[in-house]
Design a binder for this molecule. Structure first.
Ligand code: NAD
Ligand code: ISE
Length: 340
């Protein structure tokens, strides 16, 4: 059976996901799209797909069985709540939402519905390198993880659209989520240090250096640089009691020329995580076809939102900002370290 999908938001990642849903993956059909920019939606619509005037019209259409949300973060809450009210599985790009209160409203609605419907687009969990790294840590041969060094560098970000809050509430959410997942831990507090500003980002607060305090006592340091120009560079190394496990350097042709010997670096997230996005959708399609969701949940989106909020508070206060989670609803699995 073919799963009929509607896509909300046909910008950069919406277009990339439409490409993979129509040209790479099977078992689905993109039957509808929408965007506040209707011309953009029409241009991105696959042949035969309907261009809906609003997200509400798309979500409520009888032809749409599951929804992919690729609009801006502040629009996600309303669209997620409409999907849950309609009982339709939703893949929602990160961030889940942009405030703690909004995250709690989505949790409340999904718990009341009684079945998981939402998967959040934390694609790193589907990346083969991160999965191998997690297998080593979970295997336990290196002892307990003590520190995780996470490097998150973007060559550039859209000028004017990407604001000084976004390294913390748009970019850091990936590192927050992957830290929780890799270390099987929760974040209990955040500190942020702002070094000398890169001249390449104008007035943008870039780079930032973030310290995540985990419930186990492990520490995570995160470098966020969003205008580093040379490429999209994602690194990670976990220091354990008796050894260190790190993400490998990505395979790439070794070029030798008059500039020396070198390997190309991915241009952006589309290139670096291409297989991870494919895999997150493969797994989403299987669950959505059964009317549910697996993978990163609304709870995980809530946890990352709390980290983003705490990081923004930490910039303002210059100190440690603690995180307090609600008790974890049973829908999202067993209680976690800090939310017993
Ligand atoms: P974008 O600006 O290129 O595209 C967003 C589109 O959504 C725009 O066309 C805009 O008109 C539309 N839109 C916004 N609000 C809407 C609404 N209420 N109703 C209908 N359409 C609406 O942005 P993007 O880079 O494609 O990012 C979209 C989302 O995907 C963001 O949440 C972003 O954080 C996330 N994202 C995730 C990754 C990842 O690696 N997982 C990468 C890039 C972007
Ligand atoms: C973008 O929205 C993403 O999610 C990318 O993965 C991230 O690297 C980038 O910083 C964000 O702006």
């Amino acid at each position: 059976m073919t799963l009929q999908i509607g896509v909300i938001g046909t910008g950069m990642i919406g277009q990339d996901h439409i490409r993979r849903l129509t040209k790479v993956l099977s078992g689905i059909e993109v039957v509808g799209v929408t965007d506040i920019d209707q011309a953009r939606a029409a241009a991105a619509a696959p042949e035969g797909a309907e261009v809906f005037a609003t997200p509400t019209a798309l979500i409520s259409s009888d032809n749409v069985q599951a929804v992919v949300i690729c609009s801006w973060g502040p629009a996600h809450e309303e669209q997620l709540l409409a999907c849950i009210a309609a009982g339709k599985p939703a893949f929602c790009e990160k961030p889940l939402v942009t405030s703690e209160a909004a995250a709690l409203r989505v949790i409340e609605a999904e718990v009341a519905f009684g079945r998981r419907l939402v998967q959040v687009g934390f694609m790193r969990r589907f990346d083969a390198d991160y999965r191998r790294l997690k297998a080593v840590i979970d295997g336990g041969k290196l002892g307990a993880p003590l520190m995780f060094h996470s490097v998150h560098r973007n060559a550039s970000v859209p000028e004017g659209l990407y604001t000084s809050e976004m390294p913390l509430n748009d970019t850091l959410v990936h590192d927050a989520d992957i830290s929780r997942w890799l270390l099987s831990d929760e974040v209990t507090g955040v500190e942020v240090r702002v070094p000398r500003r890169s001249s390449r980002g104008g007035e943008l607060r870039d780079p930032v250096f973030v310290l995540l305090h985990m419930a186990s006592g492990a520490l995570v340091d995160v470098e966020i640089s969003v205008n580093i120009s040379y490429g999209y560079d994602i690194r990670g190394e976990v220091s354990c009691e008796t050894g260190v496990a790190a993400l490998p350097t990505r395979p790439a042709a070794v070029i030798s020329d008059s500039n020396g010997i070198r390997q190309a670096i991915p241009e952006d997230w589309r290139e670096r995580f291409i297989e991870a996005y494919d895999q997150e959708f493969r797994e989403w399609i299987v669950a959505a076809s059964e009317g549910t969701a697996t993978g990163p949940s609304t709870w995980d989106g809530y946890a990352a939102t709390l980290v983003a909020d705490a990081a923004l508070r930490a910039v303002a206060s210059g100190g440690f900002e603690s995180i307090n989670m609600i008790a974890k609803p049973g829908l999202y699995g067993p209680p976690t370290a800090m939310a017993a």
